[in-house]
Design a protein around this ligand. Structure first.
Ligand code: HEC
Length: 216
């Protein structure tokens, strides 16, 4: 009887031990799975975020195109694709360059300074649309438009006229360098915009946005 009780007690004890061990193991397993699932959930979230970012980059590229001159397959709808590049820009550039001459010749120096600034603005977009050619435009401004603006600031037509002829030569050198040697600008004999008063007597600094030579 006593033996029986003893045996039963030890059986009970071992059953308790086994149950506790199973419980502990189960608890550990639950913890481990939770950690594993949590990790996976984190990764799924990362993947979703990446997919979201990629979608936004695609949408942005569709809008702005690829600035590196390689057409993105949505290029035809990009803002970059519909920007005027050299040809249209040069039309406006050349017209203002011609008008500048008549303004200087007739003493409307503010109008000459105005034309200089608007010429520079006309090509400013090339910095974005034709980034590889921007340095050529910029160096042309330094070497060929700045001296013209200096003569404008001094209201010195003799200096202006001789620099104007030199500037025409550099205009055409750039054309040749870029494969357009047959696009030859010549000394204009009339303004591109005839309906402006070229003879009003003004100073260069009357142009309120006047910036000294050397400003981009
Ligand atoms: C950085 C180089 C560069 C400089 C500097 C430059 N041009 Fe041009 N120009 C071009 C290129 C390139 C074209 C041809 C554009 C095309 O068709 O792709 C062009 C075209 C032109 C055209 C023809 C535009 C048309 O289609 O009717 C005129 C006019 C012109 N340029 C005038 C001038 C004048 C005037 C100057 C100087 C005050 C000048 N350019 C300076 C690069 C230049």
């Amino acid at each position: 009887m006593l033996m029986d009780q003893k045996w039963q007690r030890s059986r009970l004890a071992s059953e308790v031990a086994v149950t506790s061990l199973v419980t502990v193991l189960f608890f550990l397993f639950t913890l481990f799975s939770a950690a594993l699932l949590g990790g996976c959930a984190g990764r799924t979230q990362d993947v979703n975020e990446l997919a979201g970012v990629a979608k936004r980059v695609d949408a942005l590229e569709l809008k702005v195109g690829n600035v590196q001159d390689t057409l993105f397959n949505g290029g035809q709808v990009s803002l970059l694709a519909i920007q005027p590049a050299f040809a249209e820009t040069m039309r406006r550039y050349a017209d203002r360059f011609a008008d500048m001459f008549f303004a200087a010749k007739n003493g409307n120096w503010a109008l000459a300074a105005y034309m200089d600034r608007r010429m520079r603005e006309a090509v400013a977009s090339l910095r974005v649309t034709r980034p590889r050619d921007w340095s050529a435009v910029n160096s042309f401004h330094r070497t060929s438009l700045d001296p013209l603006l200096a003569a404008t600031a001094k209201m010195d037509f003799a200096a202006f006229q001789s620099q104007y002829a030199k500037t025409i030569v550099t205009c055409n050198s750039c054309h040749a360098a870029m494969g357009f040697s047959y696009v030859m600008f010549v000394q204009p004999t009339q303004p591109a915009q005839p309906n402006l008063n070229y003879t009003a007597k003004t100073k260069a600094t009357d142009f309120k946005e006047f910036l000294p030579p050397g400003t981009p």
